[in-house]
Design a protein around this ligand. Sequence first.
Ligand code: ADP
Length: 317
Amino acid sequence: NRFLEANEAAQRLFGMSMRELRGMQEKDLSVSAEAVRRPKAERRSEERLSLPHYRRKDGSVFPADTSTAFLMLQGRPSQLWMVRDATERLRNKSVRRHQEDQDVFMGEVVHELRAPVAIIQGFAETMRRGVRRASDRSEFLKSIEGQAVRMAHLVDRLLDLSAARSKRATNPAPVFAAKLLWEIVSAFVPVARRRGISIKIDISADLAVVADPGDLPHIFGNLLDNAIKFSPKGGEIWVRGRTEGVEGIISVKDSGGGIAPEHLSRVFERFFRCARTRRTKGTGLGLAIVQGIVTTNKGRVWAENDPAGGAVFKVAL
Ligand code: ADP
């Protein structure tokens, strides 16, 4: 992968002009981690060793936070490579080793927003410099719009998440799960049908769980959303409910590719998305929201793979 374009910030970061950068590769700039000496204050920082390091034109080396995104450039599939000097971030971290959860969260949010912002900025900058071909122009505008939509979606999910976290009280009450789930599922049937997916329900009429009835649509809405998203056309989704001991267990099973075993618990982390499914639309927040809501209802949620294929998400209340 050779560099086609570099924005002004990248030219400053590496101390190189666009002409120097054009045609280079990532490996031309990178320095192996073993060759890097760490400043004393960060002796215990494992993180720094795990970051890639790059050399500037003047020979100085810096650790970097990087991420990549795919996009179409001049009609060709290309990669956007984002590099950010991590020196300052690591220094702050070693000073305040125990960051508050809030700070970590903020960092994650910023990380997620950085990609769309960088793409929008990059394309706007390119267009300001002048784009001759009309087809390129419309392609750039489409990318800008697409990224803005992605940001809007992310902001919506962040609001859901903060609503789920700050909800003052849950009002758990015994609810008949079958009736409520029928209503929730019904709302998803048209979406599923458009993709040829059928949703089947098997819940005994007397299954009762203790939960805030207003929370169930959020929980199962997110799970059904994913089940539809990750099922192939013509697939089948099963919503099942049964009593086990004192718990009611409600499961949503899809007919998609399932989840790699090492990711079964990680899918509930904020912003975590399996590499295999990166290409689907999403924010990586849905399941974090689900887990937050289930926990406030004193329940549990986990993921499994069905031996016959597909992922199964189970909620115990
Ligand atoms: P999003 O779907 O917006 O990416 P989620 O928090 O809902 O975020 O899910 C996180 C990740 O977990 C998804 O990106 C996907 O990799 C994986 N995942 C969630 N549900 C399923 C499913 N039903 N089948 C396969 N993978 C799933």
